[in-house]
Design a binder for this molecule. Structure first.
Ligand code: F6R
Length: 243
């Protein structure tokens, strides 16, 4: 696991965008795994800048998002469908038909999970997966538990995640309690992974991860210690509990 510590959020975001850019330039039809939340917004801004000012081309890029809430309208600004349009897709030349996000409004959620994993395989698998991390160590919405799902699945959100994500909603009661998320197996099959974290509230989870001493489903990000190509990019605050 490679660890890159940057001074602040802005330089963390630029570092991550630089790696994404290099990978797109190496393979123009790259399959990206994308995250939402507050962490990758600066990276998306930088990728948009690279597209607009330097011609970074997304026309052959395929993307799969990690997760989506269940039972939220896609025109609701808190849905991840809306988030992706607003923060990336509407500002670059990616083709809509090449962007995939789990369908949290499907009549058959289990079937839609199965189809999602199949589609990822059909597109050749994820080349580069972008991850954030929950304060509780979740990746995607794979919450700390005795057992973790291998494939894309319907999950209950942890109380801490519901509290953390309430900042995006009018009240905590509006935060969905369930989501669809790529499973740990889906994530681990990605050829290359970047995990980003900024801010003090991530410091504890990051410290446990980079200590690299224990792998536990109680801190799902530690499963990444088993992956051969993970780069963790953190700002100084997220690194503040260090090794
Ligand atoms: C988002 C996702 C989550 C977030 C995590 C951190 O698609 O899968 O694992 O990456 O909850 O969220 P932020 O970045 O808002 O702190």
């Amino acid at each position: 696991m490679k660890i890159i510590v940057k001074k602040d959020y802005d330089s963390m975001s630029k570092e991550a965008a630089g790696i994404v850019r290099k990978e797109i330039e190496k393979k123009k039809d790259i399959v990206l795994g994308l995250a939402t939340g507050s962490t990758p917004i600066g990276m998306y801004k930088e990728l948009i800048r690279m597209h607009k000012e330097e011609g970074l081309d997304f026309s052959h890029v395929v993307s799969f998002n990690l997760d989506e809430y269940i039972g939220i309208d896609y025109d609701n600004p808190n849905s991840y469908h809306y988030y992706m349009k607003e923060n990336l897709f509407d500002h670059i030349n990616i083709l809509k038909e090449n962007t995939f996000i789990p369908d949290g409004n499907s009549d058959d959620l289990e079937e839609s999970c199965r189809i999602y994993d199949k589609l990822i395989e059909e597109k050749g698998g994820i080349d580069l997966q972008i991850l954030g991390i929950g304060a509780n160590g979740h990746i995607g919405f794979n919450e700390p538990a005795e057992e973790l799902n291998y494939g894309t699945s319907v999950v209950d959100l942890d109380d801490r995640t519901i509290k953390d994500n309430a900042r995006f909603f009018n009240s905590i009661d509006e935060v969905p309690k369930k989501a669809i998320t790529m499973g740990i197996g889906t994530i681990m099959k990605a050829k290359k992974i970047i995990l980003m974290a900024n801010g003090k509230n991530k410091a504890e989870a990051i410290s446990k991860l980079i200590k690299g001493k224990k792998i536990t489903t109680k801190l799902p990000a530690t499963l990444l210690l088993l992956h051969p190509d993970v780069t963790v990019i953190v700002d100084e605050e997220a690194y503040s509990l260090g090794k």
